[in-house]
Write a protein that binds this ligand. Sequence first.
Ligand SMILES: Cc1cc2nc3c(=O)[nH]c(=O)nc-3n(C[C@H](O)[C@H](O)[C@H](O)COP(=O)(O)OP(=O)(O)OC[C@H]3O[C@@H](n4cnc5c(N)ncnc54)[C@H](O)[C@@H]3O)c2cc1C
Length: 295
Amino acid sequence: MIKEFLQQHGEYHDDKKFSDLTTLKMGGKIAHFVLPESIDGLKSIIAFLRGNRIPYKMIGNGSNLVCGSGSYDGVVICLKKLNSYEIRNDEVYAEAGVMAPTLAMALAKQGLSCLEFASGIPGCIGGLVYMNAGAYKGSMSDIVKEVQILKDDEIIWLNNEDMQFSYRHSILHDHPHWIVVGAKLRLTNKPSEEIEDLMADRLRRRKETQPLEYPSAGSCFRNPEDNFAWKLIDGVGYRGFCKNDVCVSDKHSNFIINTGNGNAEDYLDIVYKIQDKVKEKYNIKLLMEVEKFNC
Ligand SMILES: Cc1cc2nc3c(=O)[nH]c(=O)nc-3n(C[C@H](O)[C@H](O)[C@H](O)COP(=O)(O)OP(=O)(O)OC[C@H]3O[C@@H](n4cnc5c(N)ncnc54)[C@H](O)[C@@H]3O)c2cc1C
């Protein structure tokens, strides 16, 4: 019954694993995976799942998730088919499934400054808004004008202040069932060449400093106030530490990478060991930035 309903409203799969859908390439089987074809399709799916008390989880590009090896008996919903955007004067309206680097490049070509900081963040607009993703002293909170949200059965718009953005946090963390459908982002004019040079420089810096050649979920831990997670990890001697196919990167010790057939259990074992050692040595509680799911 679930399968038949989902098939009517989107592209449906019953053979996906989280390892197919996450940048860390870890995680077990998913009972139902659906990519809604439209906002109306998404609304129908959510109404059906809520009405039948069927658990569901939103996923963007899966670049901030570590997923357990067990099966998930609910529905994973991905908005990558909601991937259009429209430039209107000094703003762009982007649907939640648009990839941030794709949009950043397209805007740069038109001399529109907005998402330069996010050109190397491998997530969808919905995921970036959820996380208030940021880099190089910029974050989504600097450019979001309004966010379009499916709240229960209705579409609402929240402005920047309503979103309660703070470091890697938004109001969505307190309302896990609200779904970002789209966002209006602020644009300013700048020469294309200037924007493209800046983005190229930042991508080069990322390649030099981050282990982009391995699957990862980006920075594992949040930076504590006035400190850096990587420094604390180095301080307790965990740079390069491995458990089976999961390693603390030699190149950037806040990246935990999958060197082969790594799993979430080993990933989290390393996380907990680092947290214990950092607490013991520095009396600092390192918090995860990467989200655990079904673990
Ligand atoms: C190599 C690499 C580099 C990275 N660099 C950075 C960086 O510089 N800065 C930074 O902040 N992050 C960085 N990240 C982490 C990650 O890319 C960001 O957190 C990003 O915002 C996650 O977006 P996503 O679409 O992949 O979300 P996912 O990982 O798919 O989901 C993250 C959370 O958002 C929720 N979510 C996703 N879409 C929606 C939606 N439409 N509505 C409601 N909830 C939703 C999910 O349920 C989940 O709780 C990096 C990751 C990698 C792999």
